[in-house]
Design a protein around this ligand. Sequence first.
Ligand SMILES: Cc1cc2nc3c(=O)[nH]c(=O)nc-3n(C[C@H](O)[C@H](O)[C@H](O)COP(=O)(O)OP(=O)(O)OC[C@H]3O[C@@H](n4cnc5c(N)ncnc54)[C@H](O)[C@@H]3O)c2cc1C
Length: 360
Amino acid sequence: MRRTAALIVGGGPAGSAAAIRLTQGDLRPLLVERHPQGDALCGGFVSWRTLDRIASLGVDPDSLNRQRLTRVVVYAGGRVREAALPRPAIGVSRHRLDTLLRAAAARAGAEIETGVTVRSVEGQVAQLADGGAIGAESLFLATGKHDLRGLARPAEARGVDPTLGLRVRLSPAPVLTRALGERIELHLFDRGYAGIALQEDGSANLCMAVHRSRLHEAGSPAALLAMLGAAHPRLGERLAYLSAGTPIDAIANVPYGWRERHGTPGLFRLGDQAGVIPSLAGEGMGIALASGIAAADACLRDGPDAAAAWQVRFAGQLARPMAVAGLVRRIAEHRGAAAAIAMMPPGLIGLIAQATRVGW
Ligand SMILES: Cc1cc2nc3c(=O)[nH]c(=O)nc-3n(C[C@H](O)[C@H](O)[C@H](O)COP(=O)(O)OP(=O)(O)OC[C@H]3O[C@@H](n4cnc5c(N)ncnc54)[C@H](O)[C@@H]3O)c2cc1C
């Protein structure tokens, strides 16, 4: 069996952040990632604070997207509210973000192996799909939306009417580019919401979180998009740019609101494996990077046993942003009540945007 001081499972933002930070100490971590080139389902909104973290990891924010997002527009129940973001943010494809962060980790000295899938974890040993095994003094679990046998998040966290994520790409079009510009749009509707923003290649990412009951009512993801577009004219205007045959990416059972409150020596749970904030807040990647950085620092300072206390501390840091995001999500998804959000004073929208960020 191979052995390593620090094994990171998953090369998304959480895993790469931990890898970069560990190399800044005296550890040379091994990061294993199943996809050679990924493009995780995500809205791609990177907040001002997350941009600061990305810069601190040695990746120039301009290399992700030079265009900034400065405003948020909320559409709900026929109403529109627009507010300035506290500071400029960006929209970026996960392919670009994950590729650049992983490259930074490799440059910093982390050992990176792609095409390696971990099947399960038993104690401090990761069992690989190819039959191999890797033992680690410190294990960093950064598999994001995907659970590993032996360390799965509880099934109850999905709720009675689980949420799924859907994503489509709207091809670059001058009218769409002008309409979106520096804005991120949030479209609220019964039991769900959609976010739309331009990415680095000029296409727009339309990503939504919606309860399964709505998908069942519609019959299929394509029928759901058509139904939502017909019922919500402003969303329909954007969906009109969807080319025929564009794939609709989907992920099921997103356990919004769950966070790991207990710690285990030797095991650092990062990113979505530490806590899943409602995506309306656009802070999942912020949590991924913050957890990767903080866990690596704790491990470098106090060794593998630091994981137990660190996990509990990090759950505490997630409490406020997740509570605020959860409350806003409940209101936003409630039929009729969504209009209340669209009537909020712009200053309050800015305050919510601040309150849903995770601290350093
Ligand atoms: C609908 C939706 C919209 C969202 N929009 C936004 C947004 O706009 N802004 C934002 O900040 N956040 C958003 N999020 C949240 C964000 O996508 C996640 O919080 C973030 O990706 C978590 O990062 P991570 O590194 O923990 O996991 P991930 O990004 O999921 O990365 C995990 C990595 O681990 C790899 N992996 C998984 N299993 C294995 C295995 N067994 N073996 C080896 N490798 C494995 C995967 O291939 C992947 O590369 C959204 C989420 C959803 C569902």
